[in-house]
Design a protein around this ligand. Structure first.
Ligand code: FES
Length: 140
């Protein structure tokens, strides 16, 4: 079984030659490992010829990136126009009574508003009742 640093180095080598490699690489690391381990910044910096501070700055700028492992699902609720017009404000208020929620702006499911994502899985036409059911399943 590979050590985290080896996995990060492998992913960095795979993405190194892409234009604008940093964000796709960070996504790949989080997809693979569930978060961005602390040793990532120096490995990525070396692979992409950036400073560790630049890499760390990007990791901390985007709230999407997790810097610690978590068993809590990441919940994103769309708050853009289409979803707003179909009740995302009410859904967001309800969701915030249950868990930590990240507002996002358009998940590409506008025709099926309001929309949300739980750990990258999209859900459409979400009501507060449907939200409760989704979260119950996510916790089991
Ligand atoms: S506006 Fe919510 S998915 Fe597009």
């Amino acid at each position: 079984m590979k050590e985290p640093a080896d996995k990060i180095a492998d992913l960095a080598a795979k993405h190194r030659d892409r234009p604008g490699a940093l964000l796709p690489l960070l996504h790949a690391i989080q997809d693979e490992m569930g978060y961005i381990p602390p040793e990532s910044a120096s490995i990525i910096a070396s692979a992409l010829n950036l400073s560790s501070a630049e890499v760390q700055g990007v990791i901390t700028f985007y709230h999407y990136f997790r810097t610690e492992p978590s068993s809590i699902p990441r919940v994103e609720i769309c708050c853009a126009e289409s979803c707003q017009s179909m009740g995302s404000d009410k859904l967001l208020a309800h969701a915030r009574t249950v868990c930590d929620v990240h507002p996002v702006y358009c998940l590409g499911l506008c025709a099926s508003s309001p929309a949300m994502m739980v750990d990258e899985k999209p859900y459409a036409r979400v009501t507060p009742e449907k939200f409760d059911s989704i979260m119950k399943k996510a916790a089991s």
